[in-house]
Design a protein. Structure first.
Ligand SMILES: *[C@@H]1O[C@H](CO)[C@@H](O)[C@H](O)[C@H]1NC(C)=O
Ligand SMILES: *[C@@H]1O[C@H](CO)[C@@H](O)[C@H](O)[C@H]1NC(C)=O
Ligand SMILES: *[C@@H]1O[C@H](CO)[C@@H](O)[C@H](O)[C@H]1NC(C)=O
Ligand SMILES: *[C@@H]1O[C@H](CO)[C@@H](O)[C@H](O)[C@H]1NC(C)=O
Ligand SMILES: *[C@@H]1O[C@H](CO)[C@@H](O)[C@H](O)[C@H]1NC(C)=O
Ligand SMILES: *[C@@H]1O[C@H](CO)[C@@H](O)[C@H](O)[C@H]1NC(C)=O
Ligand SMILES: *[C@@H]1O[C@H](CO)[C@@H](O)[C@H](O)[C@H]1NC(C)=O
Length: 643
């Protein structure tokens, strides 16, 4: 028993502020044991300073989906009337009542009014206190914990069992920090230092960016220029022919497309020019714009296919496809010590997300200023400009991140969708097997697992997930593609966390009824009530990419994501040129019959994993290639008909 255990409800004995109702103490948050490896060594000293921060609950979150559909469903009279950042912040900002409840409680406990601060976003009430004051406020006990041994001891102050708030305050509060939350990365970092004596590379698996969804197939000498070679090597011209994307973008001033890269992944200038020299001569010398998040930059200290491959692929194809008239922006996230996560990326786009529901999870997300010697500025909050479209080819799984973490993040995609932003995510390269592992009977990831392991963010209903297709060897660009079955398999399947959205119901129920998968609920979420992915697909096999000076053939849903982002940027361009707004959150639109017919349905192939053949591509939507691959011209025409 480390923290005050106490019964669940303890009556407050302190004075109450005038007007505040008498309210019993309730256990607000608890944890049964410290994370493994940590142990308490002593009570925290009474006069140690703690920067106590009370994270307030946001308002109107229960209406988030309705708000989003109101501006994103093609049948809605408000289609396309996206919100400003100010409207979003105002709508979800914690209520004055919440701020006042916390302030009144602190005053009643004897905290001087001048010490109480409210953050700019309205999300946090902060007060610098001593351990003794915090213990009294939260009816808990703080201990000093240690991790490690022999001169590598790290200390951390925390309460491990639980803390209490008056009931009427608890109602308005998401989280109080520092309390139960450990910087678990300290542990990983100790491991990283040990390993780094043998390697000059950052330890990619301990960075926090998720897995880049690409693999190199082979090195190639040939430099194809003819469409007849597209069944062997993909070039930008093959993709233009496959997806009828020969359009020249025109509204270049206002349009944006963002390619998100997680450090130390970085493109190389020389690779871009070598690629453009072969496939897009007018782009030689052009570079994407850079939005630096938490110290991100195009680093050149670390190199190799695993460091440069993803970014070279993304930037070469996005720039080649949107062409010289449209600016591409790389959002480079994180320093080269810790990298970044989708959370630190989203923090930079929207200041309110930095604090939302307790903010980042230090066991997953990096902390800035970087305690390990990297970027020493403060974490970027709301400093990065938005793009209309973001393409991300990195991914985690639902199980790796946990359901509370992913639900919080998923809500943020909806908020940014309200502002007209489209999020494109690669669906993964391991079929139904997450990032390679499957789930065991307890729902944990394991190499021996047999249950399908859905990828995240792809299962978030508010992003658009993209699977991979290929040309059948011997076929041409005008033949129907199949699901990719060489080197990689499309991530796809059914969420264990997110419910089936209305706009996807017909598609998913049609698939489950007409082509019932040969597995029961012990293998995947077969309820028919959960969000299914991917939404669409594009070619993902044998892309010709210049990496570290040589031509490589690359496979992955990583190939498909920037291609779809470029094509949708063309649609946005056409709409902007016609005086309309961006397409924003596209899922409710693309699942309508009119739009379904604007995709090339893929009906052959599957996505094996977990010792099974996975699911099969079939007529109509399927959990391998979604609705199929885009036909730009048809999509542009349909989107131009919408207001
Ligand atoms: C991909 O490249 C490999 C290796 O060169 C080749 O065997 C295969 O036929 C190619 N497939 C496609 C669809 O391009
Ligand atoms: C491709 O787009 C052109 C117009 O750019 C159109 O005339 C043609 O019919 C389209 N082809 C297909 C196969 O949709
Ligand atoms: C860009 O946006 C501004 C303001 O919304 C508008 O006045 C202008 O016409 C747009 N320019 C183009 C090229 O679409
Ligand atoms: C492209 O975008 C970057 C970053 O937003 C900006 O710095 C640059 O000036 C832009 N270039 C053009 C030609 O618009
Ligand atoms: C941050 O890092 C830079 C470059 O390494 C250094 O010059 C600067 O003094 C550091 N600032 C702080 C506050 O540590
Ligand atoms: C299946 O999905 C639904 C909706 O997302 C969820 O409530 C349920 O817990 C999931 N079932 C399993 C076994 O994961
Ligand atoms: C699911 O099917 C397997 C055989 O494939 C069987 O062993 C198991 O009992 C079934 N589970 C349920 C819940 O029906």
């Amino acid at each position: 028993m480390l923290c005050a255990a106490g019964p669940l409800v303890v009556l407050t004995l302190g004075l109450l502020a005038a007007g505040a109702a008498v309210s019993p103490r309730v256990l607000h948050e608890s944890r049964s044991a410290p994370p493994s490896g940590w142990h308490a060594v002593r009570r925290a000293e009474r006069d140690t300073a703690l920067p106590l921060r009370v994270g307030l609950a946001q308002q109107n979150l229960d209406k988030l989906e309705d708000y989003l559909l109101d501006v994103s469903h093609p049948d809605s009279p408000n289609y396309g009337r996206h919100w400003t950042a100010g409207q979003v912040a105002q709508t979800f900002r914690p209520s004055t009542e919440a701020t006042e409840a916390v302030r009144a409680w602190l005053l009643a406990e004897g905290v001087d009014a001048q010490r109480i601060k409210l953050s700019k976003s309205g999300g946090w009430v902060g007060v610098d206190v001593t351990v003794a004051e915090a213990e009294n406020l939260l009816k808990t006990r703080y201990h000093v914990y240690q991790y490690g041994s022999e001169g590598r001891v790290t200390e951390h102050i925390a309460c491990s069992e639980g803390y209490h708030l008056p009931e009427h305050v608890s109602y308005h509060v998401d989280v109080v920090m520092p309390t139960l939350h450990f910087d678990v990365k300290v542990r990983e970092r100790l491991g990283l230092e040990r390993r780094s004596s043998r390697s000059s590379k950052p330890n990619a698996e301990k960075m926090h960016s998720g897995i880049a969804h690409f693999k190199t197939v082979t090195k190639t000498e040939s430099n194809p220029t003819d469409l007849a070679d597209c069944d062997k090597q993909i070039t930008p011209n093959c993709l233009r022919a496959l997806y009828n994307f020969t359009y020249t973008l025109q509204a270049t001033q206002n349009n944006t497309v963002g390619i998100v890269e997680y450090s130390p992944n970085a493109y190389l200038d020389a690779d871009l020019d070598a690629f453009f020299g072969n496939f897009s001569p007018s782009l030689v010398g052009q570079r994407p714009g850079l939005v630096s998040i938490d110290g991100g930059y195009e680093q050149t200290s670390f190199a190799g296919i695993s460091i440069n491959g993803e970014a070279d692929l993304d930037v070469q194809y996005a720039m080649a496809l949107v062409g010289p008239t449209q600016n591409v922006t790389v959002y480079q996230v994180g320093d080269t010590v810790e990298g970044g996560t989708f959370n630190t990326f989203l923090d930079a786009l929207d200041a309110t997300y930095c604090t939302f529901e307790g903010g980042d999870d230090p066991s997953i997300d990096p902390v800035y200023p970087d305690p390990y010697g990297g970027y020493n500025g403060t974490e970027n909050c709301g400093t990065a400009p938005l793009s209309y479209i973001f393409s991300t080819s990195y991914g985690f799984t639902e199980a790796y991140l946990g359901s509370a973490y992913i639900q919080r993040q998923c809500a943020e995609y909806a908020k940014l969708g309200l502002m007209g932003v489209t999020f494109i995510y690669a669906s993964g390269d391991n079929g139904v097997a997450g990032n390679g592992e499957c789930l065991d009977a307890t729902g944990s990831e394991s190499w021996d697992g047999t249950r399908f392991d859905p990828g995240f963010p792809s299962t978030c209903p508010y992003v658009t997930s993209v699977g991979a297709t290929q040309i059948v060897p011997g076929n041409s660009v005008s033949d129907k593609e199949v699901a990719c079955d060489k080197n990689i398999y499309s991530g796809g399947g059914f969420s264990n966390v997110f419910a089936l959205p209305d706009w996807q119901k017909d598609a998913v129920q049609g698939y489950l009824t007409n082509y019932p998968p040969p597995y029961n609920g012990s293998v995947y979420n077969s309820t028919g009530n959960s969000r299914a992915y991917p939404d669409i697909a594009a070619n993902g096999l044998n892309y010709t990419v210049v990496i570290d000076g040589s031509l490589q053939l690359v496979a992955g849903t990583s190939c498909a994501a920037p291609v779809v982002a470029a094509i949708l940027t063309g649609v946005n361009d056409a709409r902007l040129a016609a005086g309309k707004g961006p397409i924003g959150f596209i899922n409710p639109t693309i699942y309508t019959p009119d739009f379904i017919a604007a995709f090339n349905d893929i009906t052959s192939g599957n996505n094996p994993g977990c010792g099974t053949d996975g699911f099969s591509a079939e007529p109509g939507w399927d959990p391998v290639t979604g609705l199929g691959t885009p036909n730009f011209d048809k999509l542009r025409a349909r989107w131009l008909e919408l207001p």
